[in-house]
Design a protein around this ligand. Structure first.
Ligand code: ADP
Ligand code: ADP
Length: 228
């Protein structure tokens, strides 16, 4: 479903991603782990075109992600939801407006149709009662659940998570991980950059360890964590 072939991404003299190749199957949950600065986030951002690699190709469903070939690139990107560490909600819009914006503007849904979808996903993450609040009224954990619901409104086939719990107080981590675990159980294809080893161990099908922009180890979660 996702294939990276020999991806390299530099920032000036720094090789942030150095010849990374990987393949992710439909329904697979892959966790990217490794020290800070090892290139995890950049790999993730290359998958959906937030970063454009210097060399190498990204394929989504065997279609090359070509960001210059505008429309097709956009169609492929729309299949992917992206959840950021810092939520990236629009502060001047209510929760409901945050969720309906892309369905209305990108998917050309009517307002009522978009609101119906939005409420359905807000209910799923347990936040329907917050629909008319502004993001600054929510806790970090609630903001992140709203951000996940917002991605789901676009009906993605792949969800990418970039340290979704790293900015949260410990007591809020679990409520976000539970939502992610449910998604995994429902068969969503997911790539997750995380420091949550418990999540990686129990939810991931595969764990990929990066260091200095390179894949150092790749294994199923059980074998990965059972090594000395
Ligand atoms: P990780 O997610 O593993 O912490 P990143 O992919 O964020 O690592 O970063 C890899 C390296 O690339 C780091 O050294 C980081 O400082 C650098 N980097 C990431 N994004 C940029 C950018 N936009 N400009 C310059 N350097 C960057
Ligand atoms: P998030 O995890 O929410 O995506 P980050 O704090 O990791 O946000 O990164 C925010 C932005 O800063 C990204 O666009 C990333 O590429 C950029 N960035 C990261 N490291 C550096 C760096 N060393 N120099 C310049 N930009 C960077």
């Amino acid at each position: 479903m996702i294939k990276l072939e020999h991806i390299t991404k530099n920032f000036k003299n720094l090789k942030a991603v150095d010849d990374v190749s990987l393949e992710i199957k439909k329904g697979e949950i892959v966790c990217l782990i490794g020290p800070s600065g090892s290139g995890k986030s950049t790999v993730l951002r290359c998958i959906n075109g937030l970063e454009v690699p210097e060399s190498g190709d990204v394929y989504i469903y065997d279609q090359k992600l070509d960001l210059n070939g505008e429309d097709k690139g956009r169609q492929l990107r729309n299949k992917m939801g992206f959840v950021f560490q810092h939520f990236n909600l629009f502060p001047n819009m209510t929760v409901l407006e945050n969720l309906t914006l892309a369905p209305i503007q990108v998917m050309k849904k009517s307002k009522s149709e978009a609101e119906e979808i939005a409420c359905q996903y807000l209910k799923r993450v347990g936040l329907l009662d917050k629909k008319d609040e502004y993001p600054n009224k929510l806790s970090g954990g609630q903001k992140q659940r709203v951000a996940i619901a917002r991605s789901l409104c676009m009906n993605p086939e792949i969800m990418l998570f970039d340290e979704p719990t790293s900015a949260l107080d410990p007591e809020m981590v679990i409520e976000v991980l539970e939502v992610m675990q449910e998604l995994a159980q429902e068969g969503m294809t997911m790539v997750v950059v995380t420091h949550e080893m418990g999540f990686a161990r129990t939810v991931a099908d595969r764990v990929i360890f990066l260091e200095d922009g390179k894949i150092i180890e790749e294994n199923n979660a059980e074998d990965f964590f059972s090594q000395p």
